[in-house]
Design a protein around this ligand. Structure first.
Ligand SMILES: *[C@@H]1O[C@H](CO)[C@@H](O)[C@H](O)[C@H]1NC(C)=O
Ligand SMILES: *[C@@H]1O[C@H](CO)[C@@H](O)[C@H](O)[C@H]1NC(C)=O
Ligand SMILES: *[C@@H]1O[C@H](CO)[C@@H](O)[C@H](O)[C@H]1NC(C)=O
Ligand SMILES: *[C@@H]1O[C@H](CO)[C@@H](O)[C@H](O)[C@H]1NC(C)=O
Ligand SMILES: *[C@@H]1O[C@H](CO)[C@@H](O)[C@H](O)[C@H]1NC(C)=O
Ligand SMILES: *[C@@H]1O[C@H](CO)[C@@H](O)[C@H](O)[C@H]1NC(C)=O
Length: 318
């Protein structure tokens, strides 16, 4: 009796980490994919454009019988999947991410500018569907822990990450969301954010937002966008919306200060599930400790987006 209880407890604790093996476990890596390298691929899509591109990086440590986390990272408008890999540094081994990184690519507008659903100039492309199609493809071909799928992105890709966090189906498949300098546009008619209807089957939808106070492209306080005919939201208001949705009193946040001097960062948190970083010295940038494709200005390690995102994603699973 005692023995069987102990065995049951051991079994439970082994599975209650909720690792969920994907159908790709046990399969050999697809041709042209080599561990420790990144490569470009495409899938057929019903998103309104086809085929759709993505770049994938499988870590050196990958074994096809051991499920690993999957990270989507969406580029900004006018950038591309390779730029996002370099900017985000998720495939830089010095950050220690042992999961699969995937950099999907948006659809070009008439001038060849790549963009995502949510941008005022993006018409009729269903990138939420594309993300779901791509997730199916990846789960079927790689050994992924499907309870640990994450999404982040920069600018338009950050705004799109916000749309995923508001989607009923995506929030059943993606564990946590981290927009960087997110472009959260207001509806032209209502001047409100689009409806946000995440699944009601989860207690909270984990959200981590980073924004430069000097951002001149997607301004911190919201309003007209200099490039587009479109207004973006006030960032603290957007974050407060998530605090509300996750059941917190907006005023009951914990406020801390990171870095110091001109690089001061104000961090707001509601439990672990809604966190916002406000960077005094940054513009429309991916916060990094060394110069990157966005900026030569730097932040300190405590507020480095890549490091903070990886630590925080590690806390969440479906
Ligand atoms: C990898 O990250 C380290 C800092 O952690 C940085 O010094 C190095 O330049 C990065 N490598 C590349 C190729 O960007
Ligand atoms: C495409 O480029 C032309 C010329 O620069 C510009 O007038 C037009 O607004 C651009 N269209 C879009 C959708 O950005
Ligand atoms: C942006 O907001 C301003 C002021 O509220 C409004 O006058 C303008 O029509 C809005 N522009 C768009 C494209 O929604
Ligand atoms: C955090 O709480 C204080 C009141 O305690 C409030 O003034 C502030 O607006 C809150 N911060 C955010 C970003 O909502
Ligand atoms: C964001 O940081 C700037 C610069 O330090 C500061 O003036 C502003 O009050 C901060 N806003 C919030 C909501 O923390
Ligand atoms: C960083 O500085 C170098 C050298 O001054 C310059 O060429 C580069 O454009 C700068 N990069 C960014 C993103 O500002």
């Amino acid at each position: 009796m005692l023995t069987s209880t102990i065995v049951a407890l051991l079994l439970f604790s082994a599975t209650s980490g909720a690792t969920v093996s994907s159908p790709g476990c046990g399969k050999p890596l697809p041709g042209c994919v080599e561990t420790g390298h990144s490569s470009d691929h495409a899938i057929d899509s019903k998103s309104g454009a086809s085929p759709r591109n993505y770049r994938i990086h499988v870590p050196k440590s990958y074994q096809n019988t051991v499920p690993v986390p999957l990270m989507f990272s969406f580029h900004g408008r006018g950038d591309n999947m390779k730029f996002q890999e370099d900017l985000s540094q998720f495939t830089n081994t010095s950050y220690g991410f042992e999961g699969i990184s995937v950099f999907p690519e948006g659809v070009p507008d008439v001038n060849g500018t790549l963009q995502w659903q949510g941008d005022p100039d993006s018409h009729g492309i269903d990138d939420i569907l594309f993300t779901s199609e791509l997730l199916d493809e990846l789960l079927n071909n790689y050994c992924i822990d499907s309870s640990r799928v994450y999404a982040n992105g920069k600018s338009n890709g950050g705004g799109f990450t916000g749309l995923l966090a508001c989607d009923k189906t995506a929030t059943k498949r993606i564990a946590a969301f981290a927009p960087v300098s997110g472009a959260f546009y207001l509806d032209k008619e209502t001047q409100e954010l689009p409806p946000c209807t995440p699944t009601s089957t989860r207690d909270v939808i984990p959200i981590l937002e980073f924004h430069g106070f000097k951002d001149k492209t997607i301004t911190y306080n919201g309003g007209p966008n200099k490039r587009h005919d479109g207004n973006s939201t006030n960032i603290p208001k957007w974050v407060d919306g998530w605090a509300n949705r996750n059941g917190f009193n907006v005023a009951a946040n914990e406020t801390t200060h990171l870095c110091s001097g001109p690089r001061l960062v104000t961090r707001y948190s509601w439990g672990d599930s809604v966190i916002h970083y406000n960077y005094t010295n940054l513009y429309h940038d991916w916060p990094s400790t060394f110069p990157n494709g966005d900026t030569n200005l730097t932040t300190c390690e405590d507020a480095e987006a890549t490091r903070v995102i990886l630590d925080w994603f590690g806390k969440w699973s479906l």
